[in-house]
Ligand binder design. Structure first.
Ligand SMILES: C[S@@+](CC[C@H](N)C(=O)[O-])C[C@H]1O[C@@H](n2cnc3c(N)ncnc32)[C@H](O)[C@@H]1O
Length: 213
């Protein structure tokens, strides 16, 4: 069993390239995800964001929001801090993995994550941590790409699985995240499936939703 509290050191070349890639494509992805993000990140209170990356979600939060960004990859931190400053977010960066979050039990109102449960080493452990740090009645809001039910998208996900995982530092094209989220004991879970219409076929099947502790 790997020790998930000490993840492998991020690769300095791929780490920088990934941060640059997500910065370059942020406008493109945002146009497709904005409708979900506006709905999901409403009235957030104190926020923890798992795998905050360059901070593409911060623009959806009111200026002055306290955000604890759980981001173990240091190659994202510079852009993340810059984005937070640009949107008036009160940011604290936690350079730890989502599997071992250094926040107290029931200490945040909202946890958000987008395109992260595909990449973490142990999604069930991250979800247990999300549940632990949320206050009772607090909300977990997420957008994730998931395994397609079948057909050409599923075949493409299988075909590119290995190079995709290498390039995007651990990203799995075909996790069943919609089943993993209800399994940790939230009071209620609401999940919508949608298509991410773009040239990135392996991530076409996506889910957006909320889970209440
Ligand atoms: C595909 S990027 C998504 C970044 C951002 N959420 C977005 O929507 O653009 C995946 C993110 O998950 C982070 N990540 C990888 N493993 C993680 C872990 N174990 N815990 C928390 N974040 C992790 C990566 O460093 C990266 O920032």
């Amino acid at each position: 069993m790997p020790d998930v509290s000490t993840p492998p050191a991020p690769n300095p070349v791929r780490g920088r390239l990934n941060s640059a890639f997500f910065a370059l494509t942020a406008g493109y992805t945002d146009r497709r995800l904005a409708v979900h993000k506006r709905r999901l990140f409403d009235r957030p209170g104190v926020v923890a964001e798992i795998g905050a990356g360059n901070g593409p979600n911060l623009r959806y939060l009111p200026a002055g929001t306290a955000v604890h960004a759980v981001e173990p990859n240091p190659y994202f931190h510079r852009r993340l801090r810059r984005t937070a400053a640009g949107h008036g977010i009160d940011l604290t960066v936690h350079p730890v993995p989502g599997e071992a979050i250094d926040l107290d039990d029931a200490s945040v109102d909202t946890v958000i994550c987008t395109w992260v449960l595909c990449t973490v080493r142990d999604p069930a452990q991250v979800l247990r941590e999300v549940h632990r740090i949320l206050r009772p009645g607090g909300r977990f809001a997420f957008i994730e790409h998931v395994a397609a039910p079948g057909g050409a998208v599923r075949r493409t996900q299988r075909l590119v699985r290995r190079p995709w995982r290498w390039t995007f530092e651990g990203c799995h094209t075909d996790r069943d995240t919609a089943a993993a989220i209800p399994a940790v004991g939230f009071a209620s879970v609401d999940i919508t499936e949608f298509r991410f219409r773009s040239g990135f076929v392996p991530v076409r099947t996506q889910i957006a939703g909320t889970a209440v502790r």
